[in-house]
Design a protein around this ligand. Sequence first.
Ligand SMILES: Nc1cc(-c2ccc3ccn(Cc4ccc(CN5CCCC5)cc4)c3c2)n[nH]1
Length: 242
Amino acid sequence: MRIDVVTIFPGYLAPLREALLGRAVGTGLLDIAVHDLRDWTHDVHQAVDDAPYGGGPGMVMRPHVWGEALDDVLAADPRPARLVVPTPAGRPFTQAAAHAYAAQERLVFACGRYEGIDQRVVDHYAASMPVDEISIGDYVLVGGEVAVLVVVEAVARLLPGVLGNPRSAAEDSFSDGLLEGPAYTRPEVWRGHAVPEVLRSGNHGAIARWRRDRALERTAERRPDLIAALPPDALDEADRAL
Ligand SMILES: Nc1cc(-c2ccc3ccn(Cc4ccc(CN5CCCC5)cc4)c3c2)n[nH]1
């Protein structure tokens, strides 16, 4: 998979070169290119923003610099690409979206700053390619870069060979629609807190049941919306008895 990121703060994407992702890049599983939007400005001030039409606070990113940058970035590789634009007003990014993105040959991320990017940029490219405006949560960041780090990490870990343990991605939270339950490792007792007995019983049926019960309890407590969204056949007799 090839990932391109266009931003006025390329340094913000440095973490993509670290650890798990750094290894994926090194082994060729992932090809990441970060581009400085200001490379496509022509004025001495390298202006990328201007006052919003209709008034309002802050500044908006001008369309013409984005158009020149995205035209060049898209032309640099023949593979079909999906343009992903983080914004507080975007569709929520979910694990399902991460799986969909992991199947893409190429993702191009447009990182806005200020109050966002002139809407005509999204409208222009949406006429010729898939464009997603996505939100990573109901809070307002200062720009799109952190959202790109979140999305790239969630997607990259799903690529075969990136994670040491492929079973982990398959047993993710949300993979069965529930939050995962508590996890434990040695020592058996830590500061007077013992590991739940069943986990050391070797009874794999009882362990699976216990884990499912803890996941159901936690999900009902913290994310009742996920319980409500479960398909009708998702809960069995034992689940309902909980
Ligand atoms: N999930 C998530 C994603 C982001 C995000 C993504 C890209 C950009 C580019 C610029 N900004 C800052 C920013 C500040 C103010 C407004 C104006 N809006 C008016 C009412 C609420 C805010 C918009 C945008 C981003 C923020 N934030 N949160």
